[in-house]
Design a protein around this ligand. Structure first.
Ligand code: IPD
Ligand code: CA
Length: 322
């Protein structure tokens, strides 16, 4: 369980006026047992600033959002399915990712790319763009207005246990809301600063979550939900992890947890949430990631994580959910 997390950049230490950020120091995490986990610092390439990367993330996400909105046919068809028959991909998921990849290749040809719909592109700069061309594809398919383009740039290996998310943007296309954040710069929605809420208690907290595409996994997630639901105000399953994390960041949700997130589902939302003051963690002192992501204000995250640990919500302890 992470009790404290503090973003630290050279820029942050020098004060808000300094613009060039050379050495990015990843978050220091303090576990319940007092052990301090301090990941290796990552380097920013020469002449690159977090602000520029954030601006580019916003431009990428909004350009792809416009493409997907304008290209949405009256009746959206499933182009293919992925992990199961209920895990769809549409023509516009692919078109959106193609556009993001073209723009990145034009503007930052030395960066790597990890995207939901395409092959990994290696890079030489140490930075990787992590792309979800449509997060909430099922909503897009059905015309439910909760889907987003999610774009983040990370330093270090592009996986949640060891990356440092430098900047990200989540553009909720149907309603035009745009959240963005840069490491050490804070988070905004449509340009205005956002902060996590201060819910009074777990029992009055509105909690977002999501479910995987595999029936067996969903059976387990339903058992976890049965344990969580009586402890909270209510649950919301909105269908886009990226938007869930941003709603948490601006206080529209009090807490969020989900098992099974991929790097592209969470990268941009994580930097928005943490820069808005949230703790984002896994269970038992581990980092957030595929096994479990819990996010919210520190004290309540701790309480929710305890319940999730008790029912082995990340599957690490081998509890039979029946
Ligand atoms: C999904 C959404 C959903 C979450 C799933 C994700 P996709 O992404 O974020 O909210 O519950 O875990 O896979 O498939 O729409 O890109
Ligand atoms: Ca996704």
């Amino acid at each position: 369980m992470v009790l404290y997390a503090e973003p630290a950049t050279e820029r942050g230490r020098r004060g808000a006026g300094a613009s060039v950020c050379r050495r990015i120091v990843a978050r220091v995490r303090v576990r319940q047992d007092g052990r301090v986990i301090s990941p290796a610092p990552h380097e920013l390439p020469d002449g690159v600033t977090v602000t520029e990367l954030r601006d580019l993330a916003v431009r990428l996400a909004t350009a792809a959002g416009t493409l997907v909105r304008e290209g949405r046919p009256e009746r959206v068809e499933v182009a293919a399915t992925k992990s199961s028959e209920v895990d769809p991909v549409t023509v516009m998921d692919r078109a959106s990712e193609d556009l993001l990849r073209e723009m990145i290749a034009a503007e930052r040809p030395d960066d790597a790319i990890l995207g939901e719909e395409g092959d990994d592109v290696p890079g030489t700069s140490g930075l990787t763009w992590v792309l979800d061309p449509i997060d909430g594809t099922v909503n897009y398919l059905y015309g439910v207005a909760s889907w987003a383009v999610s774009v983040a740039v990370v330093a270090g290996p592009p996986e949640p246990a060891s990356w440092t998310v430098l900047a990200g943007c989540v553009h909720s296309v149907a309603d035009g809301r745009t959240w963005s954040a840069g490491l050490g710069e804070g988070a905004t929605r449509d340009g205005a600063p956002v902060h996590v809420g201060a819910p009074a208690s777990l029992s009055t907290s509105l909690v977002g979550t999501g479910f995987g595409y595999d029936a067996g996994r969903r059976r387990e997630q339903a058992a976890v939900l049965a344990r969580v639901l009586p402890e909270i105000r209510d649950i919301r399953r909105l269908g886009s992890a990226a938007i869930d994390l941003c709603l948490l960041a601006d206080g529209s949700l009090d807490l969020y947890y989900e098992r099974g997130l991929n790097p592209w589902d969470m990268a941009a939302g994580v930097v928005v949430a943490t820069e808005a003051g949230a703790v984002v963690t896994g269970l038992r002192g581990g980092p957030a990631g595929n096994a479990m992501t819990v996010a919210g204000p520190a004290g309540l995250v701790e309480q929710l994580a305890r319940i999730l640990e008790e029912v082995d919500a990340d599957g690490a302890g081998g509890v039979d959910h029946g």
